[in-house]
Design a protein around this ligand. Structure first.
Ligand SMILES: Cc1ncc(COP(=O)(O)O)c(C=O)c1O
Length: 372
């Protein structure tokens, strides 16, 4: 049996009948930029995240950039974030001209360790970007406390964590901004690129909408330099349909994770650490199911699975402080031991909602055989 890391075709088949009329209506209207479908989706998304406002944008990367721009963060400013994340988190900081400053992660949950943040604050620090990696919220309570004490903006990178909860509250409802990605492989994925920013602050909500349209407050009147960060109506139409199914898909991901835990336990697999949930985590949405492989055996295990037709992926092999493009920041090996250890140990295996028990049995069996 060939088992891909992710297969979206079955999900599409299950919603095709709802999606096609939406697309047909859109084509008939020829209204492709912003408009009614984007506004409808923004209302639905805000309600889903438990916030009053959402603003559809071009991608998760742009969601981060526009949030930084709206709060005027740029040259001379520092922004604290995780060194163990997708590039876009840190790329956004650099793109607005600010300096990324890293605080190491908690290896059990893969997320920034709040205990390391305060030591990184300087008079130039303007914001913290906690990342809710793999579908689990960072521990937001202590992060918000630090931010309040030092008057810092909090931008949640919830690209991988739509619907995740920390102490009963949804990702995207904690910070001044919550950033989401609708890249097709995300739990809520569009038919191309897309993203959104959530906020509870009416002034920021207003500015987001101005900034996403070249800083235009009225037609051809520009109060700010913004950009073209507009979400396509086509993506909004697809996302509205998919949002209605998201809780069902999330429940399937959680059930799949629980089944992995049982199968790994029963097989008595050695040398593997299963993903941990923090005490604050009340809803993990498992965008990825990421195991850790000890003793330098990760790459061999990946190869072993690959030879058996089992898809897996390394998210992420190089921590951000060691990326060539950030060499000027002076990061070196040993600076962030937890992030560096994770980069050498992590392996994500199939968790998508439509994956089957038979697939998981085969995957766990193969891992057990390799790790014997
Ligand atoms: C943690 C994180 N941040 C930001 C992004 C950027 O989102 P997008 O690909 O929609 O630009 C991603 C997407 O992969 C992500 O995983």
């Amino acid at each position: 049996m060939t088992i891909p890391l992710l297969d979206l075709r079955e999900q599409y088949r299950s919603i095709e009948e709802e999606i096609l009329p939406e697309l047909k209506e859109l084509c008939a209207s020829q209204h492709f930029i912003l408009g009614e479908k984007v506004e409808r989706f923004e209302h639905e998304l805000a309600a889903y995240c438990g916030v009053p406002f959402a603003c559809g944008v071009t991608s998760g990367s742009d969601a981060l950039i526009i949030s930084l721009m709206v709060d005027g963060i740029g040259a001379g400013d520092e922004v604290i974030t995780s060194p163990f994340t997708f590039f876009a988190t840190v790329g956004a900081i650099a793109r607005v001209g600010a300096k990324p400053v890293f605080a190491d992660v908690d290896p059990r949950t893969f997320n920034i360790d709040p205990a390391g943040i305060e030591a990184k604050i300087t008079p130039r620090t303007k914001a913290i970007i906690p990342v809710h990696l793999f579908g689990q919220c960072a521990d937001m309570e202590p992060i918000l406390e630090i931010a309040r004490k030092h008057h810092l903006t909090v931008i949640e990178d919830g690209a991988q964590a739509i619907g995740a909860e920390c102490r009963g509250r949804r990702a995207g409802s904690f910070g001044d901004f919550g950033c989401f990605s609708f890249f097709p492989s995300k739990n809520l994925g569009g038919f191309g690129d897309g993203g959104a920013v959530t906020t509870s602050d009416p002034a920021r909500a207003k500015k987001l909408k101005i900034f996403r349209n070249h800083g235009q407050s009225e037609t051809y009147i520009h109060r700010f330099v913004g950009g073209n960060f507009r979400l396509d109506a086509l993506q909004a139409a697809v996302l509205s349909v998919k949002l209605r199914r998201l809780d069902r898909w999330t429940a399937a991901r959680q059930a799949n994770a629980a089944e992995y835990a049982r199968l790994f336990r029963e097989a008595g697999v050695q040398g593997i650490t299963l993903p941990g949930e923090g005490a604050w985590c009340t809803r993990h949405v498992y965008n990825q199911y990421t195991i850790r492989v000890a003793d330098g055996r990760r790459d061999a295990l990946k190869q072993f699975l690959n030879e058996r037709g089992i898809g897996s992926s390394i998210y992420y092999p190089v921590p951000l402080h060691l990326q060539e493009c950030f060499a000027a920041l002076g990061g070196k090996r040993g600076d962030f031991p937890a992030a560096e250890q994770l980069a050498g140990e992590v392996l994500s295996i199939p968790i998508y909602p439509e994956s089957t028990t038979a697939m998981r049995q085969e995957i766990v069996g193969a891992i057990a055989a390799c790790m014997k």
